[in-house]
Ligand binder design. Structure first.
Ligand code: PLP
Length: 507
């Protein structure tokens, strides 16, 4: 190291004020302009990033700078090196996974949250953060017509978690605690959890973290005959078989809007079966829950009044930036019993009155996230929010209609919300060999669709992802990016047709 650098490194004088207010204004405006330009130009970027693994290591220095760098230089690097490695989830041509849509209100709310940067672990640490969260969760709970028992005036209440995985984990731990109180902690190895083979892997992760034996994780098979929803009869049989084997069923995770195909587990009938056996039912409506603020979709969660907990991700299809998983429970004491701690350094009068919520006892993380959801609800209002969601569903329906008119394609499962699951049909009288190996028709169809999807995604013009249900590889067209308009759906359809021509020609 040369002596100049050495001198700088050892300089103990403060050279920059990290919260200089003039810099805050200047850089803040600059970033807003940068992002507004990004959105203006977003369609120019390949939707799915085209970089190779490790690309960034080659472009950035291998250690942090000793000396300050100007924001202009940093933004230039964002433009040159970060943006190429971004998959543009906010592009109007993004139809992959589920949306993670945003809005001006969502951004502004997030800015306010970071601006205040409070750590709201208990009421006293920032009363507004806690109280706003209860109010906003009640507002959204009422929009969803959740039963009063889930609202904060009763024993229930809502809390904003980071992810659905957190929400499932916390409810799983609450119900585990309740059951172990009954049967003795030494029996943890007997506890069994249930979902379907379509339940998101977040459930398996939560079960692993909660110490549920891997043999006691029951993904119950679904089939085309129930549109990949969990059958209450199969659930009952699984409970009975486990009880017969001396095991203890205690938790069901039912899904409204599964990840692969947006299948819906029948909430009411499943709760009825679970109730007979005293099982905690959690409803994971991570994506589709938002749609249930519209009267025409509310029936998908009929029966929720008999569930113990319900969650949806406002950071998916509700215009609110990550992270924002909304969880409601019927009995918040179940969470508190399992998760609360009472260290001396957090003791305070407000907590002792029992009149306040200390959200640290309802979850693992400590940050509060209600501000952005509050801004979204206030800035758009229920009517607009419903209409935004409806417009996505309408565009998905339009795409479904286009697919239905082209005989080369098939809709694989019925559409429930704003996602269409389709595939290219195998042309008849063709013999395809993969690596010289003869494939059966289903494998050939799957291979055809794999190639077809990759061909479209590598064009960079749109991005869709896939799912497999009942052994069928299908393409998922999920509408929900805030900027998507019907013209983007029509362009996507044109691209689908063009690539189908090319791929089918190779067969
Ligand atoms: N549940 C369902 C039905 C999902 O579709 C997803 C994500 O797509 C999740 C859970 C996982 O959500 P999170 O990433 O918030 O844990």
């Amino acid at each position: 190291m040369d002596s100049h650098a050495d001198a700088l490194e050892n300089n103990t004088e403060l050279t920059v004020n990290p919260l200089d207010l003039e810099e805050f204004r200047r850089q803040g405006h600059m970033i807003i302009d940068f992002l507004a330009d990004y959105y203006f130009n977003i369609e120019k970027y390949p939707v799915r990033s085209q970089v190779e693994p490790g690309y960034l290591q080659k472009r950035l220095p291998d250690s942090a700078p000793n000396n300050p760098e100007p924001i202009q230089t940093i933004l230039q690097d964002v433009e040159n090196h970060i943006i190429p490695g971004i998959t543009h989830w906010q592009s109007p041509n993004f139809f992959a996974y589920f949306p993670s849509n945003v809005s001006v209100a969502g951004f502004v709310g997030e800015m306010l949250t970071s601006g205040f940067n409070v750590v709201g672990f208990n009421w006293l640490s920032s009363p507004a953060a806690t109280e706003l969260e209860s109010i906003v969760m009640d507002w959204l709970g009422k929009m969803l017509k959740l039963p009063n028992s889930f609202l904060s005036s009763r024993n229930g209440g809502g809390v904003i978690q980071g992810s659905t995985c957190d929400a499932i984990l916390c409810t799983l731990i609450a119900s585990r605690h309740r059951m172990l109180d009954k049967i003795g902690r030494e029996n943890i190895g007997k506890l069994v959890v249930y979902g379907s083979d379509q339940t998101h892997s977040a459930f398996q992760k939560a079960a692993q973290i909660a110490g549920i034996h891997s043999n006691n994780f029951r993904p119950i098979a679904t089939s085309r005959s129930t549109a990949f929803g969990l059958s209450p009869n199969s659930l009952r049989s699984a409970f009975l078989a486990d009880l017969e084997a001396g095991l203890v069923p205690f938790f069901l995770c039912a899904t409204v809007g599964t990840t692969s195909s947006t299948a819906v587990d029948p909430v009411g009938p499943l709760c009825d079966v679970a109730k007979e056996f005293g099982i905690w039912v959690h409803i994971d409506a991570a994506y589709a829950g938002s749609a249930c603020i519209c009267p025409e979709f509310r029936h998908f969660i009929d029966g929720v009044e008999n569930a113990d907990s319900f969650s949806l991700n406002a950071h998916k299809w509700f215009f609110t930036a990550l992270d924002c998983c909304c969880l409601w429970v019927r009995d918040h004491n179940a969470l508190i019993k399992a998760l609360s701690t009472n260290p001396e350094y957090l003791r305070n009068k407000a907590t002792e009155t029992n009149k306040v919520i200390d959200y640290k006892d309802w979850q693992i993380a400590l940050s509060r996230r209600a501000m952005k959801l509050w801004l979204v609800l206030r800035s758009y209002g229920v009517t607009n929010l419903r209409n935004f969601l409806r417009s996505h569903v309408k565009m998905a329906k339009h795409f479904e209609g286009l697919v239905g008119m082209d005989k080369r394609f098939e809709i694989v499962v019925p559409r429930n919300f704003s996602m269409v699951c389709f595939r290219l049909l195998l042309p008849s009288v063709r013999s395809v060999h993969a690596n010289g190996e003869q494939l059966n028709d289903e494998e050939r169809a799957n291979e055809l669709n794999r190639r077809f999807l990759e061909s479209m995604n590598s064009s960079g013009q749109l991005y869709m992802s896939h799912g497999v249900v009942g052994g069928v590889y299908m393409i998922r067209f999920a509408v929900g990016a805030t900027l998507t308009e019907e013209r983007h759906v029509n362009m996507a359809w044109k691209l689908v047709q063009d690539h189908a021509d090319v791929v089918l020609n190779m067969y």
